[in-house]
Structure formats: C-alpha cells, structure tokens
Design a protein around this ligand. Structure first.
Ligand code: NAD
Length: 385
C-alpha cells in the first residue's frame, strides 16, 4: 500500500513510459518487404513441455514445403534452443539475453508454447515469455483466424497486442484507505497501426466487412479514441462496410446464428480481443484447430494457441501431442512471408487430414497416432493434392 504522493509519482512515471513508447513507434520504419530479402531467416524456438515435439514436426513440414527455397539459400531455418523455463529461471529473465539476441537475428519466429509459472508450480514467479516477446519485438497485432465453413463462420480477429489494460496490468497499486487502481492506455500511434493492418488485410483478402469492437460508451477516453481512430481509417476504405459494436453485445452476437455469418474482420483492443478470441475458437472445436500470428513491422512470431501441456510430458505422452495448432500457425507464417501457394497447400492438407479423410487421428495418447505419424500423413496428403 502506498500514499497519494507516491501514487502520483508512479502515475507520472507511467505517462513517461508511454510517451517514450510513442516516440519509438513514430521512429519505426515501414513493414519488412520479404520479397526484397536475399534470405529469410525462420527462427524455430521449441519452448517448454510438448513445445519441442510439435515445433520439430512443424519445421519438418515447412522444410518439406520449402525444400527448393532452402536448397537455393533463400530460406534458412535457425534453431533457438534456450527459451526454456530452466534457462529463464536460471537468469531470472522472461527471455535470456542470448536468446533475445538470436531472436532478433531472425525475420520470423515459429515458437512452441512456453511455461509461465503460477502459484503451486516448482518455479519462481517470472514474467511470461510471450508477453515479453510481444514487447521486445513490438509484435503489436495478434491475428487469429476462425473458420467453420459448415456454420458460415469466416472470421479474422485483429487484437491490439501492446496496449490496453493488459499491458499495464502490473502497474496498478493500492493507495491508503483500501483503494486499488489499475490503468489502461490507448495511443493514437498504436491504434492507427492496428486499424491500418486490419483494413489492409480486409482489402487484400476481399473481405468486405470490418467490425470495430469496444466499450466506448462507458470507457470513453481510451475506447472512445480507439473507436474514432478506427473509423478514421475506415473512411480510407469506402468499399468495406464498417460497423461498431460494444463488447457485451458482440459476445452475444457471436452465438447468434443468423447475425454471425455476416462478420468477417474484427479489430479490437487487447483485453476484449483476449476474451472474444477464446469464445470464437470454441466454435471451431478444440486446441488443434487454430494457430495464431503475432505481427510487428520488423518481426513476426507464429505459435499454437494451446500451452506447454506439462502433464503430457510427465506421463510420457509428449510424442502423442497434436501438432495441428502449430501447423495452422505455419500456414499463417507461409502466407506472411509471401509463400501463399505453399500456405494454401498446407491449409488444404490440414483440412483433409483433420476434417475430411481422417485416415489417422491424434488423441494425445497411445489410442491415436504419434506426432511424427501425423506429420508424415500431412506431407503425404500435400503430395497427393
Ligand atoms: P495447456 O494448453 O498446456 O493444456 C490444456 C489441456 O489441453 C491439457 O489437458 C493438455 O493435455 C491438452 N493439450 C494442450 N495442447 C495439446 C496438444 N498439442 N495435444 C494434445 N493435448 C493438448 O494449458 P495449461 O495447462 O493451462 O497451461 C500449461 C502451461 O502452458 C502453463 O505454464 C501456461 O502458462 C502455458 N501456456 C503457454 C502459452 C503460450 O506459450 N502461448 C499459451 C497458453 C498456456
């Protein structure tokens, strides 16, 4: 607990911190043009628990799809082994310095899930490697596609990743008299970049509808700014229908079978994005069905949406882990670096293996096939397309 004076000092520091973030954002150049690079370096970070098993499988499938480019030296896969909970605890850093330096030498990163200690775990408290990576590499957009063709669902979420209540979560404090305060932040620079990314994506992918989701009627300064800046960007795309929703009604509309078919692209602040993307993924069915992309101007990171599943490792079942989520993330990676044909092939093969042909099933235990068998099945399917 602190007194009012100290609270004011902390608040001042917080504003200063955000001001320097804004300066850094302003100083940033444009997005990397992957087509202009002689070589694209894909960093492969196994992470914890089942991470190394599923990431290894995804790397095998990616190498198979990109064999020509690897042989020609246009693509390099670079293994980064040190992002483990043991290493992070040893130096008490969310990302060890040498690992961060290696990550920064890559263009894109394929990342296995990383363990974040919680109460009762054998590890001391340490910041999430994911949150740290988003900050360090300025991965400001969390992009998550959710597709259920049979229900007419074809959604892509653009969740702001570096602002909102989420990133200031550890800056809250309790002042005398039992008063606890937390903070949230929206910046002009931070909002314009996520809004532009969402609209550019909608435009390029012929998605004709963008929904801005906030609680601007109540959270007026920050959500109000987010909404009005997104609307400002929307005006640059007259061919796209834009509407805006409050987060409460949007969570309801996602279960409204008639209405939800109309939605295509969503752009929303961090916390609402966190909540609603989990709801949306539920329609798709389970951890294997979605991957996620964390995009910035210089770096991009692609990962599964599930965690490190430590119990699977303890029970000796790691080799039965489902690689589908990280393979879905690999589709996003291929598309992001400009290999759309390979991305389409991998997506089609995953749809066939997971939903249509289903010659092999993966159950997470020895009642199903192994991670490696499933990877082989995906590669054989790619060949047969
Ligand atoms: P989890 O996703 O690891 O596990 C939830 C359940 O799903 C478990 O029953 C697990 O066995 C199963 N499961 C998950 N992935 C699977 C796969 N590929 N194949 C088969 N079954 C699978 O979630 P949790 O237990 O809440 O978290 C474990 C750890 O992972 C925590 O330390 C958490 O912080 C971390 N985590 C990391 C990320 C990330 O790095 N992006 C995301 C979520 C959780």
């Amino acid at each position: 607990m602190i007194n009012t004076n100290e609270a004011l000092q902390r608040f001042e520091k917080l504003i200063e911190l955000q001001r320097s973030r804004v300066q850094a954002m302003k100083a940033q150049g444009d997005f990397v043009d992957y087509s202009s690079l002689d070589k694209i370096i894909i960093g492969v970070c196994g992470g914890d628990g089942i991470g190394p098993v599923i990431t290894h499988e995804a790397e095998r499938v990616l190498r198979f799809l990109l064999s020509e480019q690897v042989a020609a030296g246009k693509i390099e896969f670079r293994r980064i082994d040190g992002l483990t909970i043991e290493n992070r605890v040893a130096c008490m850093k969310a990302i060890p310095d040498d690992v961060l330096a290696q990550l920064k030498e890559c263009h894109v990163i394929l990342k296995g899930p990383t363990t974040t200690p919680r109460a009762g775990d054998p590890w001391p408290n340490i910041e999430s490697a994911n949150v740290a990576m988003r900050k360090e590499l300025d991965l400001f957009a969390n992009v998550r596609p959710v597709k259920v063709p049979s229900l007419g669902i074809d959604w892509t979420f653009f969740r702001e990743n570096t602002e909102g209540a989420y990133t200031l979560g550890s800056f809250g404090f309790e002042v005398e008299d039992g008063i606890s305060l937390d903070f949230t932040v929206t910046t002009t620079e931070g909002t314009l970049r996520i809004a532009r990314m969402a609209y550019e994506y909608a435009h390029k992918n012929h998605k004709n509808h963008v929904s801005i989701v906030t609680k601007a009627n109540i959270v007026k300064a920050t959500d109000g700014k987010f909404l009005s800046l997104c609307q400002q960007v929307a005006a640059e795309y007259p061919e796209i229908t834009t509407d805006d929703w409050y987060i409460d009604i949007m969570t309801a509309k996602l279960v409204d079978e008639k209405r939800r078919r109309d939605f295509r692209v969503f752009v929303l602040p961090n916390l609402y994005g966190d909540i609603i993307t989990d709801e949306a993924a539920e329609f798709q069915g389970g951890v294997g069905t979605a991957g996620s992309a964390n995009l910035g101007k210089r770096y991009a990171m692609f990962e599964a949406i599930h965690g490190s599943a430590p119990r699977m490792v303890e029970e000796g079942r790691a080799n039965y882990a489902d690689p589908c989520s990280i393979l879905r993330a690999s589709v996003l990676l291929l598309s992001h670096i400009g290999y759309q044909e390979q991305a389409d092939k991998l997506e089609a093969a995953l749809d066939k293996c997971m939903f249509e042909e289903k010659a092999m099933t993966i159950t997470g235990r020895n009642t199903g096939c192994t991670t490696e068998d499933f990877g082989n099945y995906v590669m054989q399917t790619i060949e047969s397309l």
